[in-house]
Design a protein around this ligand. Structure first.
Ligand code: PGA
Length: 253
């Protein structure tokens, strides 16, 4: 039986500098893990990452965002073809910070995912509820709405190029992690929703990551859950030893 891909993604957000880029490249050079590792530095450093021989051999690079349009008068934005031009293979779309701070709607997130996949990039699509939504018992309703927008834009054939990242907004950057049971419950729900729309085979092959205050201490138990296939890591991905340990905490099937 084919196993689904295990993945750990570093999301540096608007942090880091040239020194951190070089340290990462050097220190991750010998990393041996059971998973694929993707580093998403600020876009300005992507070219530098791509020019290193470690990239593709040990890990891949990804962008934190893209514009959904192919080209044109969108000052300050990056297109998918620019990323593929320099060999970037992954892009995060619909991060909750993009949704909340930059007003990205569910539909725009779907369009971004579609644009990424059309250029053969792998789209890491973030979904997740706020604390208020969880406390009012609306977690699954929110996820249904976020997933529906993705189903609307993507064709069934696009899904091998999709990873879903479940990131409860209340756990991002707060030090409050979802319990392994809470994460598993939502991951299983997402897999079930994918199965209903696209069939059991596609749902079983879909990588679903957990994100939200993942660290070296809590990742092993989170990653041990049946439907948790790795993590999207923010704060802890800026600390090299911690990030390495997180990657090592992904177990083989
Ligand atoms: P965090 O961020 O690990 O700092 O909570 C995760 C994310 O935003 O992807």
């Amino acid at each position: 039986m084919q196993h689904r891909k295990k993945l750990v993604i570093a999301n540096w957000k608007m942090n880091g500098n040239k020194v951190l880029v070089d340290t990462f490249l050097n220190e991750l050079a010998e990393l041996e893990t059971n998973c694929e590792v993707v580093v998403c530095p600020p876009a300005i450093y992507l070219s530098h990452f791509q020019s290193s021989s470690q990239v593709s051999r040990v890990f891949k690079s990804g962008a934190q965002n893209i514009n959904e349009h192919a080209s044109g008068a969108y000052t300050g934005e990056l297109s998918v073809s620019m990323l593929s031009d320099i060999g970037v293979e992954y892009v995060i779309v619909g991060h909750s910070e993009r949704r909340a701070i930059f007003g990205e709607s569910d539909q725009v997130v779907g369009l971004k995912a579609k644009a990424a996949i059309a250029e053969s990039l792998h789209a890491v699509i973030c979904v997740g509820e706020t604390l208020e939504e969880r406390e009012s018992d609306n977690t699954f309703k929110v996820l249904d709405k976020q997933l529906a927008a993705i189903f609307n834009e993507l064709a069934a054939t696009d899904w091998p190029n999709v990873t879903i990242a479940y990131e409860p907004v209340w756990a991002i950057g707060t030090g409050k992690t979802a319990t392994p049971q809470q994460a598993q419950e939502v991951h299983a729900y997402i897999r079930q929703a994918i199965s209903q729309s696209l069939g059991e085979d596609k749902s079983q092959m879909l990588t679903i990551l957990y994100g939200g205050s993942v660290n070296a201490g809590n990742s092993e138990e989170l990653f041990a859950q049946a439907d948790v296939d790795g993590g999207l890591v923010g704060g802890a991905s800026l600390k090299i030893d911690e990030f390495k340990q997180i990657c090592l905490n992904v177990s083989a099937d």
